[in-house]
Design a protein around this ligand. Structure first.
Ligand code: PLP
Length: 292
């Protein structure tokens, strides 16, 4: 599992300093200062990118979201050229004949220090992604936020991809306790949000719909690519306020994310949902073929 530590450069650093700022380290070597606020408080941001053929997918969209998350946390603006270089080097370290993923992390740095910490972990995929065909069961869980949380309480950082994923992981454990594979979060006023690590997409007739991001969810890079693909197919795409009741009246339902890609949902809270396998396969072919 290749690991790369990054000497985080300011936004305006000279291009000549970039190459020597990315260091591949032995995965067994301790690399993180235990005082790092990313580790101690989850005070930082991250991205997970898919890697296909040794190349990162949707790099521009991920870099834009990293910059947006950093800005929401008042972290220094990431140096775009540095992260682009580091991500490209890390992706090339993975076997070209297997899909994989990169976890790209930027934290506030060590307590009392003055510099953010950055690293990338590159992981080859270990499974065959069978769930892209077989689908998954989900349960709905209350996220405890109303649909106006992002406007009402911006300090809750809804919509930033922060390192504080303990709640997301707890929700996945709750799903397993209930005999399901994954979760769809609902707002406290009954609207569909997102899954703990993916975006929700529904097909309602000839409309492809995803929840609006202004309710306090992450803008998904995979969702964006699926919408481009759907528009090319002549399907209508729409960002909407989606009532929870739409989940069980959908003609098809997916969770989409960068490494797992589009996974059809077969049931919601025990109620069957139709699977559109043909459209799922076409979506995944389009996602795998993505360059940028
Ligand atoms: N929503 C959440 C909370 C996520 O953590 C993720 C990805 O990790 C997504 C949505 C999907 O984003 P993307 O398609 O960019 O992977």
């Amino acid at each position: 599992m290749p690991v790369f530590m990054i000497d985080v450069l300011p936004e305006d650093a000279p291009a000549a300093s970039i190459e020597s700022s990315v260091h591949r380290v032995d995965g067994q070597t301790p690399t993180l200062d235990v005082r790092d606020l990313g580790a101690a408080r989850g005070d930082g941001v991250f991205e997970t990118l898919g890697v296909v053929g040794g190349r990162p997918q949707a790099l521009d969209a991920h870099l834009a979201r990293l910059a947006n998350s950093a800005s929401l946390l008042d972290l220094p603006v990431p140096n775009d050229a540095q992260w682009r270089h580091a991500i490209t080097v890390a992706a090339a370290s993975l076997p070209a004949d297997r899909q994989g993923g990169l976890k790209v992390v930027l934290t506030r740095g060590a307590e009392g220090g003055s510099r953010p910490t950055g690293w990338i972990v590159a992981t080859p995929a270990d499974g065959d992604f069978a769930e892209r065909e077989t689908g998954i069961s989900v349960v709905t869980l209350d996220r405890g936020y109303s649909s106006d949380v992002a406007q009402r309480a911006p300090w809750l950082l809804a919509g930033a991809k922060t390192l504080s994923y303990a709640v997301n992981m707890a929700a996945l454990r709750e799903a397993r306790r209930r005999g399901a594979d994954d979760v769809i979060f609902l707002t406290s006023d009954g609207f569909v949000m997102e899954a703990p690590t993916s975006t929700v997409i529904l097909r309602l007739g000839d409309r492809i719909v995803t929840p609006r991001t202004d309710i306090g969810i992450l803008p998904g890079t995979s969702q964006l690519s699926v919408f481009e693909f759907a528009a090319d197919q002549g399907l209508r795409t729409e960002e909407a306020l989606v009532p929870a009741s739409d989940l069980t009246r959908a003609d098809a339902l997916w969770l989409v994310s960068s490494v797992r890609l589009a996974v059809p949902v077969t049931s919601v809270d025990g109620a069957d949902v139709p699977v559109d396998l043909e459209l799922t396969r076409a979506m995944n072919a389009a996602l795998l073929a993505r360059r940028n």
